[in-house]
Design a binder for this molecule. Structure first.
Ligand SMILES: [Zn+2]
Length: 385
């Protein structure tokens, strides 16, 4: 048996690319010129992931304003914002280092994605030699585009959520049609939903169950066979080497997260103090049969927020510890988060985004080697049993 391994999605954008985004915001270069920079960084991401031996690759989200807004706006500053959106929405998160990230706000119906993630997949399959994955944003994050209280005249919350589900389904189906072998849904808002941060009102509204119910409306649209390759990613945030919800007790999320009928989960864990407890909780709550599909737990064994490179031995030991609680056939390995989910991120703990990009490759190589070693150990135990 071989422990499956997969990265979450993003890699640090080279400084040159971040400068190009800024130049585009200032009107100094054209969209075509920015896209040329994105394409160059994307090709470099794929080449480097293939060089370290990643079994599935992507462009490191170099063409995306962020994991949560690729569908809505060309840049984080709001250049190329989709129709029916205003830039002044809710904070999707306020991070421990004090910085925040803000979502747009829907002002009228209908809600439509401006860009589907399949656009990136189409380009990536052209250049990749290995299978391609793609991360997409969750309906639950899109839910936060609608004002927390009240209704938009002529566009009820109910109609908006119907549109969200239709668009999210389309986003995933188009990725598969374009050639993606796996699609993971980013769900960073899950842990944040229990934060009760007065500065960010939605985190005090007990929305976790609403998030899960909404995302299950999406999963309901796919067969069990399709859901084998549709994942969910959870984390306490990862931006500018900072987090937004790590102090929220993990069990508040984990006891409900596996109620979503996804076939696999990319689960932050390496940066937890009590990792054994996370393995235990994932073993306890993940299901053999989630409406026809077993839930594979890809445990985070790499922390993208620190420049310290984990060793293959550390990764191996963590996976063997996880295997005490999670059945071998449902155990995988991943990183705690994308390495840089937002397009403007200088990776302060790393010194520079370019250095962080090099370090990310060393970390991914350690994950791959550690997973190979743990697979060998588990195999020899099986053979002896
Ligand atoms: Zn994440």
């Amino acid at each position: 048996m071989s422990i499956p391994t997969e990265h979450v999605g993003s890699l640090p954008r080279p400084m040159k690319l971040q400068q190009a985004y800024a130049a585009y915001d200032e009107g100094k270069i054209t969209w075509t010129e920015l896209q040329a920079e994105q394409d160059e960084a994307a090709a470099d991401s794929i080449r480097r992931l293939e060089e370290v031996g990643a079994p599935v690759v992507n462009d490191g989200e170099q063409r995306e304003s962020s994991f949560a807004t690729y569908n809505l706006t060309q840049t984080l500053a709001g250049t190329g914002l989709a129709p029916n959106l205003a830039p002044d929405g809710q904070f999707f998160a306020i991070f421990d280092d004090g910085h925040d990230r803000q979502l747009p706000r829907i002002t009228a119906g209908p809600f439509r994605y401006q860009t589907y993630a399949s656009e990136f997949v189409e380009k990536n399959v052209e250049i990749a030699k290995r299978p391609v994955k793609q991360a997409v944003i969750s309906p639950s994050m899109m839910m936060l585009l609608y004002p927390l209280d009240g209704e938009i005249p002529g566009y009820s919350r109910e109609r908006f959520l119907d549109d969200v589900i239709d668009e999210a389904e389309k986003d995933i189906r188009k990725c598969f049609a374009a050639g993606a072998v796996r699609v993971s849904v980013d769900f960073t808002e899950g842990r944040l939903a229990n934060k009760n941060d007065a500065r960010n009102p939605w985190t005090g509204r007990n929305m976790l169950q609403d998030f899960i119910d909404l995302n299950n409306r999406l999963f309901d649209r796919f067969t069990a066979d399709e859901r084998r390759d549709i994942g969910i990613h959870t984390c306490p945030g990862g931006d500018c080497d900072s987090v937004h919800s790590k102090e929220v007790p993990y069990e508040l999320l984990l006891e409900h997260m596996f109620d979503m009928n996804a076939g696999y989960f990319l689960i932050q864990c390496a940066s937890e103090e009590d990792r054994e407890n996370v393995y235990r909780l994932c073993g306890k709550y993940s299901r053999d049969d989630a409406d026809g599909v077993p839930q594979v737990c890809f445990m985070g064994v790499i922390n993208p927020l620190t420049p310290d490179v984990e060793t293959a031995e550390q990764v191996e030991q963590e996976l063997l510890a996880a295997a005490k609680y999670i059945p071998g056939e449902r155990l995988g390995a991943t990183d705690d988060c994308g390495f840089s989910p937002f397009s403007s991120d200088v990776k302060p703990q790393h010194g520079s985004p370019d250095l962080a990009r090099d370090i990310a490759m060393d970390k991914i190589a350690a994950r791959l080697e550690g997973a190979r070693r743990a697979s060998t150990v588990l195999d020899s135990r099986l053979a002896r049993a």
